[in-house]
Design a protein around this ligand. Structure first.
Ligand code: SF4
Length: 364
């Protein structure tokens, strides 16, 4: 089993919180699609043939015209993935695009809703409003798409606990099968980071974030969603297969500038975020990630402990296992971490502390 990820590094405009690799310029889309095809043919040997998931992320894959989307997905026409996801922005969901996505075998849509409050959306430079997002979900459902995931952000400028409850309730009511909810982070170099520095926006307090997280867990649980990763909630049968495989260490091939890969040989690679260089020589753009064995184990600790399943100590070398257990003593004692049958995990109520807990477990 393996997956394919295509990073489409173009957006209509930059959201104020975003530090993903993408540019607000769409003049090179044709060249990009041709380059991905060249890169794929040069690198497909990094995977076995059994590709079970394809994921087009970004950036904004939904800004590709129907013609370009058909060309890009056509590169993988010989594969039969069980799950084919595309990330879309609400303003791009018109019937022509939806028909194209369906014709190209897309069977899962991940839509960037972020909030259902217009002033919160405006405060972070999102292009859509709340009604556009709800209409987009309705249109996707009417077109027969039965696996829809929506992204939300809590801790947005101007957001209150009440407006968060309202966004969550409306989104759950809209009938999506999966929710990814992220706590806003102020990343260096973003407009939001600059605005906080200038005192124009304020970060939400820990208490507010805690309350919003509890609301998130309660509302989604009451609606039947399963909290299977720190930021991800799914109705039965609707977990993201692509991301779950990534968390399990399944190989995947990441194409496009800014994409990361894990080959069948266990080697991690990445394509630098440089569009000009990528378009010139996509076949040789990927570089080997020079990870040590320790880096690899620490990556596994970080990824696994963000999931409900947690980290299976039996999968690790004896020395690493002992070191992790020694590092975990204090958090195990305080109940922030639990150990059951050689598996350590962070209980849901402590997931907000996961960054600090995970850092303490890292081996040197
Ligand atoms: S649309 Fe997505 S990738 Fe593009 S700037 Fe906004 S958050 Fe970033």
């Amino acid at each position: 089993m393996s997956g394919i990820y295509v990073h489409v590094p173009f957006c209509h405009s930059k959201c104020f919180y975003c530090d993903f690799f993408s540019i607000a310029n769409t003049t090179k889309l044709n060249d990009f699609v041709a380059a991905v095809e060249r890169e794929y043919h040069a690198r497909k040997i990094e995977l076995n043939d059994d590709v079970s998931t394809i994921y087009f992320g970004g950036g904004t894959p939904s800004l590709l015209s129907p013609l370009l989307f058909t060309q890009l997905s056509g590169i993988f026409a010989h594969l039969n993935p069980e799950e084919f996801t595309i990330e879309v922005n609400p303003e791009d969901v018109d019937s022509e695009h939806v028909d194209t996505w369906l014709a190209c075998r897309v069977n899962r849509i991940s839509i960037g809703v972020q909030s259902l409050n217009n002033s919160e959306l405006k405060a972070v430079n999102r292009r859509h409003d709340s009604q556009t997002a709800l209409n987009a979900i309705k249109r996707l459902k009417e077109a027969g798409i039965t696996n829809i995931s929506a992204d939300l952000i809590y801790g947005l400028p101007g957001q209150t606990e009440d407006s968060w409850k309202e966004s969550l309730s409306k989104l759950i009511e809209s009938g999506v099968q999966h929710i990814s909810a992220y706590c806003l982070s102020f990343e260096e170099g973003t407009v939001l980071w600059q605005r906080r520095k200038q005192g124009i926006v304020k970060e939400a307090s820990d208490e507010t974030i805690n309350n919003m997280y509890r609301t998130l867990c309660d509302y989604t649980a009451n609606a039947g969603f399963n909290h299977y990763e720190i930021s991800n909630f799914a109705l039965d049968g609707f977990r993201s297969q692509h991301n779950s495989a990534y968390w399990d260490g399944t190989p995947y091939l990441g194409l496009g500038p800014g994409a990361h890969s894990l080959g069948c040989d266990g080697q991690r690679r990445y394509v630098p975020g440089d569009i000009k260089q990528y378009l010139q020589s996509p076949e040789t753009a990927a570089l080997v990630d020079e990870e040590t064995e320790t880096d690899r184990i620490n990556d596994t600790i970080m990824i696994s402990l963000r999931t409900a399943k947690g980290l299976d100590l039996e999968d690790l070398p004896e020395k690493a296992r002992k070191c992790i257990l020694a590092n975990a003593q204090s958090t195990l004692h305080r109940g922030i971490l639990r150990l059951e049958c050689e598996r350590i995990f962070i209980p849901e109520e402590h997931w907000l502390l996961s960054d600090a807990v995970i850092r303490d477990l890292f081996i040197l």
